[in-house]
Design a protein around this ligand. Structure first.
Ligand SMILES: [Zn+2]
Length: 244
């Protein structure tokens, strides 16, 4: 049982007994792990405030193959979560991305791109209040890291390229757009011209700010897609939605 040294983002922290803490970490080299921090509750002693959610930390831990839980030996802060607590909206935004990552990853699956994506999102949340459009932009980025990106470019039924002005049929069941020809035989919802084109530009990394109407449709597409395919309920989303 070797000591593992890694970087991690703290996703969740829970009390365990009187002075121990259980944390879920997303590590750079080992993916998500659940770990116990002995004495992690006595704030003046071990780990101080290192194991707070959203912190980017350096961690040393032991993990036996047969045991599901790792044991934290040492931890120190690389970058604290300071700034996220500036408003409820920032806390909700950070919670949303952390919960999304937690619910859609399995223990031990390494994903460096996702680690970097989540880390940069949390760093942004420390500095600015995310708009709805920022949230969609970063959500698509995380979905891309997870391999769950909806297809906004080619028809999910026949595979043909769909020109931007014909991108109006989205099938949440099939996870992407349909060309006009295939829309007859597949379940879909239609959206005003420009909505899906806007979403595909987000995927390419172009930020379009989008008005209220655009964002309402985008929200509908993304919520439908996530609830149908990913089978998770992101609890922090409900609160975040009331704030944006
Ligand atoms: Zn088609």
């Amino acid at each position: 049982m070797a000591l593992q040294k890694d970087e991690a983002i703290v996703l969740i922290k829970k009390a365990y007994g009187e002075s121990d803490r259980i944390v879920r970490l997303f590590t750079l080299s080992g993916g998500k792990i659940t770990a116990i921090a002995k004495g992690g509750g006595k704030s003046q002693r071990r780990f101080m405030n290192t194991l707070e959610p959203f912190n980017h930390i350096r961690v040393e831990y032991f993990k036996k193959q047969t045991k599901t839980m790792a044991r934290i030996e040492n931890a120190d802060i690389i970058e604290s979560n300071s700034g996220i607590d500036a408003s409820i909206k920032r806390i909700c935004t950070a919670s949303f991305f952390v919960e999304f990552t937690d619910k859609l990853t399995k223990e031990g699956e390494k994903n460096i791109e996702l680690f970097k994506g989540l880390n940069s999102i949390l760093n942004d949340v420390k500095k600015i209040e995310f708009t709805s459009s920022d949230i969609v932009f970063h959500l698509l980025r995380i979905l891309g890291c997870l391999g769950f990106m909806p297809n906004f470019n080619t028809c999910v039924h026949c595979g043909k390229d769909v020109p931007d002005d014909e991108k109006v049929f989205f099938s949440r069941e099939r996870g992407g757009i349909l060309c006009p020809l295939c829309s007859g035989a597949q379940p879909f919802k239609s959206y005003p011209s420009g909505i899906i084109k806007g979403l595909s530009s987000f995927v390419r990394g172009d930020r379009c700010s989008g008005d209220f109407d655009f964002l309402t449709h985008v929200q509908d597409i993304m919520e439908g897609f996530i609830s149908f395919h990913l089978d998770v309920e992101i609890k922090s989303y409900r609160l975040l939605k009331t704030l944006i």
